[in-house]
Each structure stands twice: as C-alpha cells, then as structure tokens.
Design a protein around this ligand. Structure first.
Ligand SMILES: Nc1ncnc2c1ncn2[C@@H]1O[C@H](COP(=O)(O)OP(=O)(O)OP(=O)(O)O)[C@@H](O)[C@H]1O
Ligand SMILES: [Mg+2]
Length: 369
C-alpha cells in the first residue's frame, strides 16, 4: 500500500499536518459559524474538509459533502444535493421519495458505479427550485447537528440563473441551525462571490485561506510515515522534493507517491532523478503547447517567470530588461491574463510563480531568446 494518497481521503494516518486549519474548522462547526475555505488549486481544500468531517462525533453531527463540480444551474444543484442525501440515508426514505416524486424526479442507478442518480424533469424548473428550501427544511428537523460542505462552490458564480447566489444565501439565513462550509478556488471565489460588496455573500462567512504546509513540518511528517512503513530514505531527497514542488501539496504528494511506488530499495537520488525525469517528460507537451495557445508577450512572460521561480515585480525594469519584455502597461495586462488563465499564481510576499510546478520546470529548460 502507498501511504502517499493522491485521490481519496484514507484517514488521519495518511493526512499530513493541517492541525491549526482543522482546529479552525472544528471551532467554526461547534460555534455555528459558516465558513469559506479558499486557496490556489491542489493545495488540499477537499482533503481538509474530509479530514475535518472524519473527526466529528458521528452521534452528534451529520455531515454532507456536496461537490458542485460541473454544475451549471440550480437544477443541477438540487440534483447533486438530492443524490448525496439519497445515498447518505439521513432522511426518512419515504418522506424524501415523496418530495422527489412530487417533483417528477426519478431515481436510477449508475450501471457501472451503482451510485444513485436522480433525474429531475428540467421543464419543471420552478418546482425544482422550490424543492431546495423544502429539502433544507426537512434536514433542519433532524436531531443531529447538520454540517453541509459545498465544494467547488465557485461554480455557482457561473450559474444560468442570475439569482442563484441570492437563493443559496437566503437558505443559509433561513436555517441558522445548519452550518455551511463553502470551498473553492481562490481566484474565482474571492473575486466573484465573497469580496464584492454588491454580491449576496459579501462578508457573510468567516474566511479562511489555505497556504502551503510549512516545509519543516511537512518534512518531519514524511520521515515519520516512511519510518512507519520501514522504508529507507535519504532525508536530502525528501528536502529536494519539497523544494522543487514548493510544498504545493498536490504536486508534492504526486512525486512522493511515485517515489514510493517505484522504489525497490532505498529512496535515494538516482531514483529521484529517474522519477522526476519521467514526470517532467509527461508534462513536456503541455508546456510546449502554451507557446501556441498564448499571445507572444504572455508566453515570454510565462517563461521568464518560470526561469526566475518567484517574481515580485514583473513590471520592474530589472525584470523586463533581463528578459526583453515590454512596457509596464503591456506587462500588467499580460500578467493579469496569465493569472486569469490560472497559469501563474500570486503567492503574496514571495511574488508570482507558475502554478504547475512540472510545467514550470519544463519551461525553464526551454531555450529563451
Ligand atoms: N494534508 C494532506 N496530506 C496528504 N495529502 C494531501 C493533503 N492535502 C492534500 N493532499 C493531496 O493533495 C492533492 C490535492 O488535494 P485536494 O484535492 O484536497 O486539493 P484542492 O485544494 O481541493 O484542489 P482543487 O482546487 O483542484 O479542488 C490530493 O491528491 C490529495 O490527496
Ligand atoms: Mg478540491
């Protein structure tokens, strides 16, 4: 078994750090505070929510995890919620089936996964929309405290209905006994939903940003896991992986996972070079493609940032002259476009860097004119 999980939550034994963040989430839950969790992609929001849920006393709390990925409207939203509810069996089946029936919804099962699929009749849109508060009403009557996490919540900002955010916000206000956790990517959640004074969710929840796990803590926990699995390792290799991936959890775990599965004996530098080379080779075409997808200045800026690692002042003369870039106004547009496309991320004081560390390392190896 590989202790470095890359997709599903497998329990606290494989979950690295996030102690203070878990505490903050549990504290919010216990004190009925709604909370918004945001970060750059692949830093560990989803895993942190699963971890927190796993620590809550099952006799006192009911937790619902609703992944809104790829939902495009409130009907999809109701559908996702109903599927999760159906599977969780927390509602009295007959009551719940009655609601679904009255909406003309039918339940079927995915032939491959066996997961329930609830199909709403989209032409009954208005009654489907009315069902959402009805479902929450039923849920709020439950004896146990209910915690609902909406993951990929930024999807709501693109819903077809203009009033989608307002309706969800109203539900949140109508059911103060339910704790709502919203989670999503920093870029869209922050700009579009929670920090705009004209939007319904403005200042309505406690905000929590997830950052990289601290390198010393990360390193020590990896050592402990490897020791537990009686795996020999060179500590300098682990340090190198953390440096090369900037402790960006999704990327770090992927390298660790490959290192673990491909190591016959010790985790050492020759193995690291092999694994690292393979991963970079797999990302090479993705890095090359950017040249054709991006306008010239964006491509040059992206490559220049990759070469620097972190860039604090992309408009500065020092940077633009070193890489033969453009005047501040064009630079500012190029940087904004790269941020919008998610190709670079803003790491605060450290500056900007290329989001995908494997693409970054490839870009760095390409010739620069
Ligand atoms: N604390 C942790 N310990 C071990 N592995 C982790 C931890 N946090 C995240 N991971 C791993 O890192 C990867 C990314 O985590 P996760 O999917 O939770 O990130 P995310 O922020 O939800 O990403 P996205 O924004 O793309 O939804 C996953 O493979 C996950 O298993
Ligand atoms: Mg996620």
């Amino acid at each position: 078994m590989n202790p470095f999980v890359t997709n599903t939550y497998r329990g606290p034994a494989y979950f690295i750090d996030r102690k203070s963040e878990t505490e903050i989430l549990i504290d919010a839950v216990k004190n009925d505070r709604n909370l918004t969790l945001f970060s750059h992609r692949r830093l560990g929001k989803t895993m942190l929510l699963h971890h927190t849920f796993s620590l809550l006393d099952q006799n006192r709390y009911t937790t619902l995890f609703i992944d809104l990925f790829a939902t495009r409207n409130l009907v999809h939203f109701a559908q996702k919620m109903s599927e999760v509810l159906f599977e969780s069996k927390i509602l009295h089946q007959s009551k719940f089936s009655k609601i679904l029936g009255s909406l003309g919804a039918s339940v079927s099962f995915d032939p491959i996964t066996g997961n329930p699929q609830i199909n709403f009749n989209i032409t009954e849109r208005s009654s489907v929309l009315k069902s959402i508060p009805q479902i929450f009403k039923l849920l709020s009557e439950s004896k146990k405290k209910l915690i609902v996490a909406f993951d990929e919540f930024q999807e709501v900002s693109h819903y077809e209905e203009d009033f989608a955010e307002a309706s969800i916000r109203t539900i949140m206000q109508e059911f103060p006994e339910i704790v709502f956790l919203f989670s999503g990517s920093k870029k869209s959640m922050m700009r579009e939903i929670f920090t705009d004074a004209n939007r319904p969710f403005f200042q309505s929840t406690q905000m929590m940003e997830l950052h990289e796990i601290e390198q010393d803590i990360y390193e020590n926990e990896i050592f402990l896991i490897l020791a537990r699995f009686q795996k020999k390792y060179d500590p300098l290799v682990i340090r190198q992986i953390l440096n090369d991936t900037y402790c960006h959890t999704g990327f770090t775990q992927m390298v660790l996972s490959r290192m673990f599965s491909e190591s016959e004996g010790e985790i050492d530098f020759p193995l690291y070079e092999q694994v690292w080379y393979d991963i970079l080779a797999n990302h090479k075409s993705m890095a090359r493609e950017q040249e054709f997808l991006l306008p010239g200045l964006q491509w040059k800026t992206l490559t220049a940032i990759a070469r620097e690692g972190y860039v604090r002042a992309p408009q500065s003369r020092a940077f633009t002259e070193k890489y033969h870039l453009s005047a501040p106004s064009s630079m500012s547009r190029a940087v904004k476009a790269l941020l919008d496309k998610g190709l670079i991320i803003d790491c605060g004081e450290k500056g900007l860097r290329v989001y995908n560390v494997f693409i970054e390392k490839n870009l760095k190896s390409f010739p620069y004119d």
